[in-house]
Design a protein around this ligand. Structure first.
Ligand code: FES
Ligand code: FE
Length: 441
């Protein structure tokens, strides 16, 4: 495949801001401007989303041969499809003849995709097999092998399908760099893993993807304030007095981070049914069980823009609740603007009543009209608007919380684990990683 490459370079002004971040971030400062800026957005499209492993879909969304969903990496529409041999593939959703969108439905089942303009037809492997008038006007000279759909690299981890636009990027395993140990909390609740409940919720919001990704990288600080009602009314088994307890873990240089919040006195595996607890004890390692059994909230970001939250929630305030897991993709569609994708995942082997309750809890808390969701998006959209002002763009934010804290050398998981749950160590690592990608020519 021949590509005519011309890559965007940062302006001298943005380059000097990014270079300044190399020293500034470890000292606890981040420029406000990065959260809503047209040039930063354009540069991220190539330097972040053109290089990182970006979440595409959960394998349970395309269980059978021919199943497909439409997803995005940056501004590229991607068909994620299971071919007739069962292999997961991804293709740029663009006809090679003149660029028309070949697949228009968001999800479905197809052995072939036929372009609605001149009729070029592709197998779901991407191979071009049908060209109208191939004999009569191309005189059989057009080489169909040259004009297959553009393939996108895909790799999976425990049901999660990621894509990468960079042929030279490291493997997904290397990219995750040990963060798999924490992803297992969400993805290995039993021998058959997880499945998506229903279809993803989607909505558009005027906020920058990075604010959301940072929040889910372990911002336990906002919870007792922004979601105060959850504590006061008893939806949420924690108290503002002890909410800071737990640990925050990051993978240095990779940007991935997780906050593990604990509620003192909470029984192990609170909110899971006994069948799921038993299954987890078989699928997780003893070290994972030791850590995870104590966790109330596990909230993480896989750099750059996939976040996952596991949380107990009581539909009837004050009553014992259930756990729910939501995966959310903060897909940037413009400076200070995202399309939000939100899935609920459940243990595949769990009893149906638990799956239903878990989904209800997710919907009430973090669905499109979820109570917690509203709290967050109100703050995030206001913040995004404020940082765009002419005065604000030259300011910096303090990221110094927890700079004097020491990692816990006895913590059994990979990465750097720094107690307690509430501080900004994870975020400093995230912004250093972001600046590193943005500076790489
Ligand atoms: Fe698809 Fe012409 S654009 S066949
Ligand atoms: Fe929140």
């Amino acid at each position: 495949m021949q590509l005519l490459k011309g890559r965007r370079q940062p302006s001298p002004e943005v380059r000097s801001m990014l270079e300044a971040m190399v020293d500034m971030v470890p000292q606890g400062r981040v420029p406000a401007r990065i959260f809503n800026d047209p040039e930063v957005f354009e540069l991220e499209q190539e330097r972040i989303f053109g290089r990182c492993w970006v979440f595409l879909a959960h394998e349970s969304e395309i269980p059978s041969p021919g199943d497909y969903v439409l997803r995005y990496i940056a501004n590229n529409s991607i068909i994620v499809v299971r071919d007739e041999e069962g292999k997961v593939r991804a293709h740029l959703n663009m006809c090679r003849h003149r660029g028309n969108q070949v697949c228009k439905a968001e999800m479905g089942n197809a052995s072939h995709f036929r372009c609605s303009y001149h009729g070029w037809t592709y197998k779901n492997t991407g191979e071009l097999i049908g060209v109208p008038y191939w004999n009569e006007v191309y005189h059989r000279r057009l080489d169909k092998a040259e004009w297959a759909l553009v393939p996108v690299r895909v790799e999976t981890y425990n049901g999660l399908i990621f894509g990468n636009l960079d042929p030279d990027a490291p493997s997904l395993e290397e990219y995750l760099g040990g963060f798999q140990w924490y992803l297992d909390f969400y993805l290995k609740p039993g021998p058959n893993g997880t499945e998506v409940y229903g279809t993803p919720d989607k909505w558009v919001a005027d906020t920058d993807w990075k604010i959301c990704a940072e929040n889910f990288a372990g911002d336990g600080y906002h919870t007792p304030v922004a979601h105060a009602f959850g504590f006061e009314l008893g939806y949420f088994p924690s108290s503002a007095r002890t909410h800071f307890e737990g640990v925050a873990v990051h993978i240095p240089g990779k940007g991935h981070a997780i906050g593990l919040g604990r509620t003192p006195g909470m029984p192990p595996f609170f909110g899971f049914p006994p069948e799921v607890v038993e299954a987890m004890q078989q699928t997780l390692t003893p070290e994972q069980v030791q850590v995870f059994s104590q966790v109330r909230t596990a909230v993480c970001t896989v750099f750059p823009n996939l976040s996952i939250l596991l949380q107990p929630f009581s539909r009837i305030p004050g009553q014992p609740g259930v756990r729910f897991v939501t995966m959310r993709l903060w897909h940037p569609i413009g400076p200070g603007r995202i399309q939000m994708w939100s899935w609920c995942i459940v243990p595949k082997d769990a009893p149906q009543w638990y799956k239903d309750e878990s989904y209800l809890a997710y919907t009430l808390a973090f669905g499109a009209a979820g109570m917690f969701e509203q709290d967050d998006f109100e703050n995030w959209t206001n913040l995004t608007r404020q940082v765009k002002s002419t005065l604000a763009r030259d300011l910096v934010f303090p990221y110094e919380m927890g700079m004097d804290l020491e990692p816990d050398p006895t913590f059994p998981g990979p990465g750097v684990a720094v107690p307690p749950y509430v501080h900004e160590t994870n975020f400093r690592n995230m912004w250093s990683t972001w600046a590193k990608y943005m500076l790489r020519d």
